[in-house]
Ligand binder design. Structure first.
Ligand SMILES: [Zn+2]
Ligand SMILES: [Zn+2]
Length: 258
């Protein structure tokens, strides 16, 4: 594995410290590029609090800490600093303004809620409501069209149990758009190693047939996740089984180019 762009830090309230250990584990695993993409701050109206993401006031420390380590480790590994970001149209412009104050190397899309999060469906919770999956895919497609996202994390996070052929149609719509836009989709190691409903066989089948670019993403919430040979072996087996178009690296889209 050449690179991983999906790594969290303790600032999101549900990942282990500390950054140096993540870097050491990545080096031990032979990675050449390690991207940090902690759950982004977001700016919601009123008193709503989103507990699984870093608070805006921690952002400066996030960059200060990682820029220092980037310099210290520059001969061993290339460290990039980004965010895992939802596309919530109602609040997205304000977030982009905020990003412009920092040297953000890239953002990846992790659409954890649909619509604009407040009172909305959590994408990781399976549903038998077809319109929720359809809306989820609509939002991913809209997000691709913004041109800001470097890749899409766990595209198969939303599982619809209603009807496999309907789900396949939606995944096909997503994969065809991603192919046309040269947008990589992630094979998520956290889902694989913890036995979640993703990576989804239904999705991987469509991904293989459409030849959409697939990138490995560890989604590390602890340092050791970056050096798990068994998970890498299983992911590689899925690539062979579904004839996936695995890519080794992506071109990052930095915020300064927005
Ligand atoms: Zn997380
Ligand atoms: Zn993540």
């Amino acid at each position: 594995m050449y690179c991983n762009y999906h790594t969290h830090t303790h600032r999101c309230n549900h990942a282990a410290p500390d950054e140096r250990q993540y870097i050491e584990c990545a080096i031990a695993a032979g990675l050449k590029v390690l991207g940090f993409s902690d759950h982004t701050p977001y700016f919601f109206p009123g008193s709503y609090y989103s507990s699984f993401r870093m608070r805006p006031e921690l952002t400066q420390d996030y960059f200060d800490t990682l820029l220092k380590l980037k310099e210290e480790y520059k001969d061993k590994i290339d460290i990039k600093i980004g965010f895992e970001t939802e596309y919530y149209p109602a609040y997205f412009d304000k977030l982009l303004d905020f990003y412009k104050g920092f040297p953000v190397d890239y953002i990846i899309l992790g659409q954890h809620f649909i619509e604009n999060e407040i009172g909305a469906h959590y994408s990781g919770r399976p549903t038998d409501n077809k319109s929720i999956l359809e809306e989820y895919v609509n939002e991913l497609i809209e997000a691709i069209d913004t041109g800001y996202f470097t890749y899409i994390a766990h595209p198969d996070l939303l599982k619809c149990t209603a009807d496999d052929s309907f789900a396949q149609t939606q995944y096909l719509r997503l994969c065809q758009k991603a192919v046309a836009s040269d947008m990589p989709l992630e094979l998520n190691f956290l889902g694989l190693s913890s036995g979640r409903h993703y990576p989804s066989d239904l999705f991987l089948q469509i991904a293989g047939e459409t030849k959409v670019p697939i990138i490995f993403g560890v989604d590390a919430h602890k340092p050791q996740a970056l050096n798990e040979p068994e998970t890498l072996r299983r992911a590689t087996t899925l690539c062979e089984q579904y004839n996936l178009n695995l890519i080794q690296d992506v071109d990052l889209i930095p915020v300064k180019s927005f």
